[in-house]
Design a protein around this ligand. Structure first.
Ligand SMILES: Cc1cc2nc3c(=O)[nH]c(=O)nc-3n(C[C@H](O)[C@H](O)[C@H](O)COP(=O)(O)OP(=O)(O)OC[C@H]3O[C@@H](n4cnc5c(N)ncnc54)[C@H](O)[C@@H]3O)c2cc1C
Length: 413
């Protein structure tokens, strides 16, 4: 046990994103006299929030399990929301910057100190002279003038809200997993999700930019494991769009598995049977490619006809050809080769094992340590579920940390 500083914070929050700021504000509301400190790598808090929901911030969803909890929190911090028919909730202004600003003004209102441009490098544990557990947090502060400053702060509780690995330009580079492992936690393998999917084939060069509505299915070793209706966007590398993003949540590879185990099928005329339409129209002399173009898109129609290698237009209305066209339209297959990178992903699948955390996200391995937000092994689909997790776990952890303060902090056994 070295010399401890005079100031030992009640709760130190590592990461000033959605989860960290929610936990700090929530802790202050429960126990105004608690001493808190937020340590944030970026030069301002809630950087990622500003980029969410295409700048509009899909803040929660009425169907999320923790909707009531986060909704009360938004009321208490002054974020007014609006709900759309499909359950998606946005700030009333539809401005992500407003959410970020509102959280920041609440931090200021509660006079919560924030160390900005400061990266937590390492966390250690020690004990004071009464054998109370104290966490030592090593920090590297990088000032604008380039001067670097290394120092250590101490706290009775730490909330690790460093995010996952998705969107590293916003500050989340996976540091929390290192801290978790150092405390003996299992970290479930992480992969980038809610991103586009790279597919085999060179057809994407000319499908690039095309959007179609349809039903998208994912098969793993021939078994259908995911279905969603939505818009598919073709890109230069493969496919993208909300339904595709959501599909990536089901593409975690276990030991010995590869992307070859998956097959994607898109029904681009979901809801109508294309075969009788083709039969009827071709009898009247119309060309299949033109008919298809009016139902889907000209590029898709061309692609399908090319794929069937039907060169002789005279034979197009042949019944066999019509059936082949119909099969392709209703079951357009793609072979995935990868999910896009962390840079493009909106979320992380995997993280700190939930079985090793209690109901307030406190570590069962190291009391006084809490993990919240994307660093934990939770991921939700698009629609406000991931921010709900970030806010809700932050709020619950604050309760756990404040509760520990009330009881006096833990003595070494
Ligand atoms: C482009 C984009 C759009 C999205 N849109 C939506 C949406 O509309 N709705 C939705 O529900 N979800 C959305 N998400 C997902 C959602 O933003 C995240 O799940 C959520 O922000 C996670 O919150 P967090 O606080 O756990 O992590 P983050 O918001 O990533 O915050 C973690 C913070 O910790 C800091 N940090 C990391 N390591 C250290 C360290 N060692 N020391 C100090 N600080 C550190 C980082 O700088 C960062 O500020 C989107 C994500 C992206 C990338």
């Amino acid at each position: 046990m070295g010399d401890l500083p005079d100031k030992i914070y009640d709760i130190c929050i590592i990461g000033g994103g959605a989860s960290g700021t929610a936990s700090a504000i929530s802790a202050k509301k429960i126990k105004p006299e608690a001493s808190l400190l937020i340590i944030e790598k970026n030069s301002f808090v809630c950087r990622k929030i500003k980029a969410t929901g295409n700048g509009k911030c899909n803040i929660t969803n009425i169907n999320a399990k923790e909707y009531q909890l986060v909704s009360r929190f938004f009321d208490s911090v002054g974020i007014v929301t609006r709900t759309y028919e499909n359950g998606l909730v946005y700030p009333y202004s539809e401005s992500a910057a407003d959410v970020s600003n509102m959280l920041f003004s609440n931090l200021k209102k509660h006079k919560i100190p924030i160390l900005l441009s400061s990266t937590v490098l390492n966390i250690d544990k020690t004990f004071d002279k009464n054998n109370n557990k104290i966490f030592e947090i090593d920090i590297l502060e990088e000032k604008e003038d380039g001067i670097k400053n290394k120092f250590t702060v101490c706290a009775k509780n730490i909330i690790i809200a460093t995010g996952g690995k998705a969107g590293p330009k916003f500050g989340s580079t996976g540091d929390g997993y290192r801290f978790a492992r150092a405390f003996g936690h299992r970290v479930v393998k992480t992969i980038p999700i809610l991103a586009g999917i790279e597919c085999r084939g060179n057809e994407f060069k000319y499908l690039q930019g095309v959007r179609v509505k349809g039903r998208i299915n994912l098969f793993k070793n021939g078994i259908n494991i995911f279905t969603e209706d939505g818009e598919v966007q073709f890109t230069k590398y493969g496919i993208s769009g909300i339904a595709v993003f959501n599909m990536t949540r089901f593409m975690r590879l276990n030991e010995g598995e590869s992307f070859n185990d998956f097959e994607i099928s898109i029904d681009i005329c979901n809801g109508i049977d294309i075969l009788p339409i083709l039969r009827a129209k071709t009898i009247n002399g119309a060309n299949e490619e033109d008919i298809l173009a009016t139902i889907t898109k000209p590029e898709i129609s061309r692609f399908i006809i090319d794929k069937l290698k039907i060169k002789n237009t005279k034979n197009l209305s042949d019944e066999n050809n019509l059936e082949l066209i119909s099969d392709l339209v209703h079951n357009l297959k793609f072979n995935p080769v990868n999910i896009r990178s962390w840079k493009e992903a909106q979320c992380t699948s995997g993280g700190v094992d939930l079985n090793e955390l209690d109901e307030n996200y406190q570590s069962k391995k190291e009391s006084g340590v809490f993990f919240t937000g994307e660093v934990i092994d939770y991921d939700g689909p698009c629609g406000g579920y991931n921010l709900t997790n970030a806010f809700a776990s932050g709020i619950r952890a604050s309760r756990g940390a404040v509760d520990r303060l009330g009881k006096g902090f833990e003595r070494q056994k």
